[in-house]
Design a protein around this ligand. Sequence first.
Ligand code: AP5
Ligand code: MG
Length: 214
Amino acid sequence: MNIILLGPPGAGKGTQARILVEGRNMVQLSTGDMLREARTSGTEMGKIVADVMDRGDLVTDEIVIGLIREKLAGGDAGGGFIFDGFPRTLAQADALGALLDDLGQTLDAVIEMRVDDDVLVGRITARSTCGACGEVYNDQTKPIPADGKCSNCGGTEFKRRADDNEDSLRTRLMAYYKQTSPLIGYYYAKGALTSVDGLGEIDDVAAAVAKALD
Ligand code: AP5
Ligand code: MG
Protein backbone atom coordinates (compact mmCIF):
# COMPACT_ATOMS: atom_id res chain seq x y z
CA MET A 1 0.00 0.00 0.00
CA ASN A 2 1.43 3.38 -1.06
CA ILE A 3 0.04 6.47 0.63
CA ILE A 4 0.47 10.23 0.78
CA LEU A 5 0.29 12.24 4.02
CA LEU A 6 -0.91 15.70 3.03
CA GLY A 7 -1.12 18.69 5.36
CA PRO A 8 0.37 22.06 6.29
CA PRO A 9 3.66 22.48 8.19
CA GLY A 10 3.19 21.08 11.69
CA ALA A 11 0.13 19.00 10.80
CA GLY A 12 1.90 15.90 12.14
CA LYS A 13 2.90 14.19 8.88
CA GLY A 14 6.33 13.13 10.14
CA THR A 15 4.96 12.00 13.50
CA GLN A 16 2.31 9.81 11.90
CA ALA A 17 4.70 8.50 9.24
CA ARG A 18 7.03 7.18 11.95
CA ILE A 19 4.12 5.39 13.63
CA LEU A 20 3.23 3.71 10.32
CA VAL A 21 6.86 2.71 9.74
CA GLU A 22 6.96 1.12 13.17
CA GLY A 23 3.56 -0.58 13.00
CA ARG A 24 3.30 -1.60 9.35
CA ASN A 25 6.88 -1.86 8.14
CA MET A 26 6.22 0.90 5.64
CA VAL A 27 8.99 3.07 4.17
CA GLN A 28 8.88 6.81 4.90
CA LEU A 29 9.91 9.04 1.99
CA SER A 30 10.13 12.58 3.37
CA THR A 31 11.42 15.07 0.80
CA GLY A 32 12.02 17.52 3.68
CA ASP A 33 14.35 15.00 5.37
CA MET A 34 16.10 14.24 2.06
CA LEU A 35 16.66 17.95 1.41
CA ARG A 36 17.96 18.53 4.96
CA GLU A 37 20.40 15.67 4.38
CA ALA A 38 21.46 17.17 1.05
CA ARG A 39 22.13 20.56 2.62
CA THR A 40 24.53 19.13 5.18
CA SER A 41 26.42 17.15 2.54
CA GLY A 42 28.16 20.28 1.18
CA THR A 43 27.13 19.47 -2.40
CA GLU A 44 26.17 22.16 -4.92
CA MET A 45 22.54 21.09 -4.68
CA GLY A 46 22.72 21.34 -0.90
CA LYS A 47 23.86 24.94 -1.09
CA ILE A 48 21.09 25.86 -3.50
CA VAL A 49 18.33 24.34 -1.37
CA ALA A 50 19.52 25.66 2.01
CA ASP A 51 18.51 29.28 1.33
CA VAL A 52 15.17 28.31 -0.16
CA MET A 53 14.29 26.05 2.77
CA ASP A 54 15.31 28.55 5.44
CA ARG A 55 13.04 31.14 3.83
CA GLY A 56 10.20 28.64 3.74
CA ASP A 57 9.74 28.59 -0.03
CA LEU A 58 9.43 25.43 -2.10
CA VAL A 59 12.47 23.86 -3.72
CA THR A 60 12.08 23.32 -7.49
CA ASP A 61 9.94 20.46 -8.77
CA GLU A 62 12.91 19.19 -10.77
CA ILE A 63 15.06 18.65 -7.66
CA VAL A 64 12.42 16.95 -5.50
CA ILE A 65 11.05 14.78 -8.30
CA GLY A 66 14.65 13.69 -8.97
CA LEU A 67 15.10 12.73 -5.30
CA ILE A 68 11.88 10.69 -5.26
CA ARG A 69 12.70 9.02 -8.58
CA GLU A 70 16.04 7.87 -7.14
CA LYS A 71 14.43 6.49 -3.97
CA LEU A 72 11.68 4.64 -5.85
CA ALA A 73 14.14 3.10 -8.29
CA GLY A 74 16.62 1.96 -5.68
CA GLY A 75 14.54 1.30 -2.61
CA ASP A 76 12.93 -1.71 -1.03
CA ALA A 77 9.22 -0.85 -0.71
CA GLY A 78 8.69 -2.98 2.44
CA GLY A 79 5.03 -2.64 3.41
CA GLY A 80 4.64 0.28 0.99
CA PHE A 81 5.80 3.86 0.64
CA ILE A 82 4.58 6.78 2.76
CA PHE A 83 5.06 10.01 0.86
CA ASP A 84 5.56 12.64 3.59
CA GLY A 85 5.63 16.22 2.28
CA PHE A 86 5.55 15.08 -1.34
CA PRO A 87 3.88 15.90 -3.69
CA ARG A 88 3.51 19.61 -2.96
CA THR A 89 2.58 20.94 -6.41
CA LEU A 90 0.35 19.70 -9.20
CA ALA A 91 3.45 19.03 -11.33
CA GLN A 92 4.86 16.82 -8.54
CA ALA A 93 1.54 14.99 -8.24
CA ASP A 94 1.50 14.23 -11.97
CA ALA A 95 5.14 13.12 -11.81
CA LEU A 96 4.43 10.78 -8.89
CA GLY A 97 1.53 9.21 -10.79
CA ALA A 98 3.80 8.59 -13.78
CA LEU A 99 6.65 7.20 -11.63
CA LEU A 100 4.32 4.76 -9.87
CA ASP A 101 2.80 3.70 -13.22
CA ASP A 102 6.28 2.97 -14.58
CA LEU A 103 6.94 0.70 -11.60
CA GLY A 104 3.55 -1.03 -11.95
CA GLN A 105 2.55 0.37 -8.55
CA THR A 106 -0.57 2.16 -7.39
CA LEU A 107 -1.35 5.04 -5.07
CA ASP A 108 -3.76 3.59 -2.54
CA ALA A 109 -4.70 6.48 -0.28
CA VAL A 110 -4.16 10.18 0.28
CA ILE A 111 -4.69 11.21 3.88
CA GLU A 112 -5.34 14.89 4.41
CA MET A 113 -4.45 15.91 7.98
CA ARG A 114 -6.73 18.78 9.00
CA VAL A 115 -5.55 21.22 11.65
CA ASP A 116 -6.33 24.82 12.57
CA ASP A 117 -3.69 27.31 11.48
CA ASP A 118 -3.48 28.85 14.94
CA VAL A 119 -2.10 25.65 16.54
CA LEU A 120 0.68 25.33 13.96
CA VAL A 121 2.92 28.14 15.27
CA GLY A 122 2.85 26.58 18.75
CA ARG A 123 3.64 23.11 17.42
CA ILE A 124 6.45 24.25 15.15
CA THR A 125 8.25 26.57 17.56
CA ALA A 126 8.19 23.86 20.28
CA ARG A 127 9.52 21.05 18.07
CA SER A 128 12.86 19.28 18.35
CA THR A 129 14.11 16.03 16.85
CA CYS A 130 16.62 13.44 17.95
CA GLY A 131 19.87 13.99 16.05
CA ALA A 132 20.52 10.25 15.87
CA CYS A 133 17.19 8.69 14.85
CA GLY A 134 14.91 11.62 13.95
CA GLU A 135 12.28 10.93 16.62
CA VAL A 136 10.05 14.02 16.83
CA TYR A 137 9.51 15.78 20.18
CA ASN A 138 7.53 18.78 21.33
CA ASP A 139 8.30 20.91 24.41
CA GLN A 140 4.60 20.93 25.30
CA THR A 141 2.94 17.81 23.95
CA LYS A 142 5.79 15.28 23.74
CA PRO A 143 8.74 16.44 25.83
CA ILE A 144 12.21 14.88 25.68
CA PRO A 145 12.39 12.35 28.57
CA ALA A 146 13.65 13.76 31.88
CA ASP A 147 16.90 11.72 31.66
CA GLY A 148 17.73 13.62 28.44
CA LYS A 149 17.78 10.43 26.36
CA CYS A 150 15.71 9.76 23.26
CA SER A 151 12.99 7.23 24.09
CA ASN A 152 13.51 5.54 20.73
CA CYS A 153 17.31 5.19 20.48
CA GLY A 154 18.88 6.62 23.65
CA GLY A 155 20.50 9.47 21.69
CA THR A 156 21.35 12.59 23.68
CA GLU A 157 21.57 15.26 20.96
CA PHE A 158 18.45 17.08 19.85
CA LYS A 159 18.11 19.53 16.98
CA ARG A 160 15.82 22.41 16.09
CA ARG A 161 15.18 23.23 12.44
CA ALA A 162 16.41 26.53 10.96
CA ASP A 163 12.98 27.08 9.35
CA ASP A 164 11.05 26.55 12.61
CA ASN A 165 10.50 30.23 13.35
CA GLU A 166 7.47 32.46 12.90
CA ASP A 167 8.75 34.28 9.78
CA SER A 168 9.61 31.12 7.84
CA LEU A 169 6.41 29.47 9.02
CA ARG A 170 4.36 32.31 7.51
CA THR A 171 6.07 31.72 4.15
CA ARG A 172 5.66 27.92 4.48
CA LEU A 173 1.94 28.33 5.19
CA MET A 174 1.54 30.63 2.20
CA ALA A 175 3.33 28.07 0.00
CA TYR A 176 0.97 25.40 1.35
CA TYR A 177 -2.17 27.36 0.54
CA LYS A 178 -1.00 28.64 -2.86
CA GLN A 179 0.81 25.61 -4.23
CA THR A 180 -0.09 22.49 -2.23
CA SER A 181 -3.72 22.82 -1.13
CA PRO A 182 -4.99 22.43 -4.76
CA LEU A 183 -3.89 18.79 -4.37
CA ILE A 184 -6.83 18.25 -2.00
CA GLY A 185 -9.23 18.80 -4.92
CA TYR A 186 -6.95 16.91 -7.31
CA TYR A 187 -6.97 13.73 -5.20
CA TYR A 188 -10.62 14.13 -4.24
CA ALA A 189 -11.47 14.10 -7.94
CA LYS A 190 -9.41 10.92 -8.33
CA GLY A 191 -11.43 9.31 -5.52
CA ALA A 192 -8.30 8.83 -3.39
CA LEU A 193 -8.78 11.42 -0.62
CA THR A 194 -9.63 10.78 3.03
CA SER A 195 -9.53 13.60 5.58
CA VAL A 196 -8.69 13.02 9.24
CA ASP A 197 -8.83 15.36 12.20
CA GLY A 198 -5.20 16.16 13.02
CA LEU A 199 -6.02 18.17 16.14
CA GLY A 200 -6.46 15.30 18.60
CA GLU A 201 -3.79 13.55 20.69
CA ILE A 202 -1.07 11.84 18.63
CA ASP A 203 -2.53 8.37 19.39
CA ASP A 204 -6.05 9.45 18.42
CA VAL A 205 -4.79 10.81 15.12
CA ALA A 206 -2.92 7.53 14.57
CA ALA A 207 -6.15 5.60 15.17
CA ALA A 208 -7.99 7.79 12.64
CA VAL A 209 -5.22 7.24 10.07
CA ALA A 210 -5.33 3.47 10.69
CA LYS A 211 -9.11 3.46 10.23
CA ALA A 212 -8.74 5.32 6.94
CA LEU A 213 -6.22 2.75 5.69
CA ASP A 214 -7.98 -0.47 6.78
P1 AP5 B 1 9.09 19.49 5.44
O1 AP5 B 1 10.21 18.92 6.20
O2 AP5 B 1 8.21 18.57 4.69
O3 AP5 B 1 8.25 20.41 6.41
P2 AP5 B 1 6.70 20.80 6.49
O4 AP5 B 1 5.81 20.33 5.41
O5 AP5 B 1 6.74 22.26 6.71
O6 AP5 B 1 6.17 20.00 7.66
P3 AP5 B 1 6.84 19.75 9.04
O7 AP5 B 1 7.89 18.71 8.92
O8 AP5 B 1 7.24 21.07 9.64
O9 AP5 B 1 5.59 19.25 9.89
P4 AP5 B 1 4.97 17.80 10.03
O10 AP5 B 1 3.62 17.82 9.40
O11 AP5 B 1 5.91 16.74 9.60
O12 AP5 B 1 4.77 17.78 11.61
P5 AP5 B 1 5.54 16.95 12.76
O13 AP5 B 1 5.07 15.55 12.75
O14 AP5 B 1 7.01 17.20 12.73
O15 AP5 B 1 9.65 20.56 4.41
C1 AP5 B 1 10.59 21.53 4.80
C2 AP5 B 1 11.01 22.38 3.61
O16 AP5 B 1 11.66 21.56 2.61
C3 AP5 B 1 9.86 23.07 2.84
O17 AP5 B 1 9.50 24.29 3.41
C4 AP5 B 1 10.50 23.22 1.45
O18 AP5 B 1 11.41 24.30 1.43
C5 AP5 B 1 11.29 21.93 1.29
N1 AP5 B 1 10.49 20.84 0.69
C6 AP5 B 1 10.18 19.65 1.27
N2 AP5 B 1 9.47 18.88 0.44
C7 AP5 B 1 9.32 19.60 -0.70
C8 AP5 B 1 8.64 19.34 -1.93
N3 AP5 B 1 7.98 18.20 -2.15
N4 AP5 B 1 8.67 20.31 -2.88
C9 AP5 B 1 9.34 21.47 -2.69
N5 AP5 B 1 10.00 21.78 -1.56
C10 AP5 B 1 9.99 20.85 -0.56
O19 AP5 B 1 4.90 17.66 14.04
C11 AP5 B 1 5.19 19.03 14.35
C12 AP5 B 1 5.24 19.21 15.86
O20 AP5 B 1 3.92 18.97 16.41
C13 AP5 B 1 6.17 18.23 16.59
O21 AP5 B 1 6.75 18.88 17.69
C14 AP5 B 1 5.22 17.10 17.08
O22 AP5 B 1 5.68 16.46 18.25
C15 AP5 B 1 3.93 17.88 17.33
N6 AP5 B 1 2.74 17.08 17.07
C16 AP5 B 1 2.52 16.22 16.03
N7 AP5 B 1 1.28 15.70 16.11
C17 AP5 B 1 0.68 16.25 17.20
C18 AP5 B 1 -0.60 16.13 17.80
N8 AP5 B 1 -1.55 15.30 17.28
N9 AP5 B 1 -0.87 16.84 18.90
C19 AP5 B 1 0.06 17.67 19.43
N10 AP5 B 1 1.30 17.84 18.94
C20 AP5 B 1 1.61 17.14 17.81
MG1 MG C 1 7.81 16.69 8.72
